[in-house]
Design a protein around this ligand. Structure first.
Ligand code: NAD
Length: 332
């Protein structure tokens, strides 16, 4: 049977960075990311290998994260990276743009601002881990890191458990005011603490720093804690002591990234953790893994950040922008 001729006009939807905040809430990002992790574990969605290069200009790191979800038909890439001098120009150092393609024809479908989307999808990932792995009665949230991502992380985390207090530590203590302001906005008391104190008090710990040395040590962490390691997304970075990964039950968004660019890379390299000991969070979401088994178990989520998360939230942004009818389009 002959195929119907394709319409030669190709309408490309543009969702500028400034529109994202009006379209995507933390809850919308949460639902998109949870569904994506589930699809990855069912093997109906997969990420392509990550490309990340120091381009030898403006000290920039530039690359692509990409993939395809056969269920939602999200196909495309997030292109972007880190320009350390942007701040002096009044721009965000991290810059990214998502490009979506039509899975049936390969034609470009949409161009979507990716900066706020990155923060929302990253916060959604740790929130998904908290929903599925943290103790049900968790009351103290510990935050390690006080940079741009930290406020998004805290806002998403408090939707998942009935926290009554936030404690925080940061390598640059002068930045802790960001955590204090965010906790205040959420109606929660905030206390700056040492890492020892943070480990002793917290039921859930989120680490979101650009550290290259372990900050949180095995001895700091008490039984029953859930830890979301979100800062380590590149070879060489590290936020927690490797001994913690052999003591904890380890989960991740994607095992290939976890062992190469995620927090588990060091425990794997030193041989104290085997790849077979790491489980996908999607397996817990799908009911194929029990997740937390008892109240003394330490669970650790290695959130490395996958391209499919970006495609999922960008696809929702495009659908919602089209519903609003005020959407910008170009013929391409
Ligand atoms: P940022 O530049 O705004 O903040 C950096 C944070 O790291 C601050 O808390 C800072 O005090 C701390 N820091 C800087 N140097 C440090 C050091 N030597 N030791 C310990 N801490 C140090 O960055 P951000 O946008 O908040 O991102 C934080 C981290 O999260 C980065 O490493 C970034 O690459 C990573 N990230 C991960 C994902 C993911 O999907 N997993 C997504 C976005 C960002």
């Amino acid at each position: 049977m002959s195929q119907k001729p394709a319409n030669q006009d190709n309408t490309v939807v543009i969702v500028p960075e400034a529109e994202i905040g009006t379209l995507i809430s933390a809850q919308i990002a949460f639902e998109a990311v949870e569904a994506t992790f589930a699809a990855m574990s069912r093997k109906s969605a997969y990420n392509f290998p990550v490309i990340r290069e120091a381009i030898g200009h403006a000290d920039a790191l530039y690359g692509f994260k990409s993939g395809f979800d056969r269920d939602s038909l999200a196909l495309g890439l997030k292109s972007g990276g880190y320009w350390p001098q942007n701040e002096t120009r009044g721009l965000t150092n991290h810059q990214s743009t998502v490009i979506l393609f039509d899975a049936d024809t390969g034609r470009v479908k949409a161009l979507v601002g990716g900066n706020l989307l990155t923060a929302l999808r990253t916060a959604a990932a740790s929130a998904v881990s908290i929903k599925h792995l943290a103790p049900a009665n968790a009351s103290v949230l510990g935050m390690i890191g006080a940079g741009h991502q930290s406020a998004f992380q805290m806002r998403a985390a408090v939707q998942q458990r009935n926290f009554d207090k936030v404690v925080g530590w940061n390598y640059h203590p002068e930045m802790l005011s960001r955590l204090e302001h965010t906790a205040k906005e959420l109606g929660l008391p905030f206390e700056p603490v040492s890492l020892e104190e943070l480990g002793a008090q917290s039921d859930v710990i989120i680490s979101i720093s650009s550290s290259f040395e372990p900050l949180l040590l095995n001895d700091h962490v008490t039984p029953g804690t859930h830890i979301a390691c979100m800062g380590t997304d590149t070879k060489g970075k590290q936020e927690v002591e490797t001994a913690l990964l052999s003591r904890a039950t380890v989960f991740t968004d994607e095992i290939a990234q976890s062992i190469s660019i995620g927090e588990a890379q060091h425990a794997i390299a030193s041989g104290i953790l085997a790849e077979s000991q790491i489980s996908e969070i999607g397996a817990v979401i799908n009911g194929d893994h029990p997740g937390r088994r008892d109240c003394n178990e330490i669970t650790l989520f290695d959130g490395t950040g996958v391209g499919l998360q970006d495609l999922a939230v960008a696809s929702v942004a495009v659908s919602l922008a089209l519903e609003k009818k005020s959407v910008q389009t170009v013929q391409f």
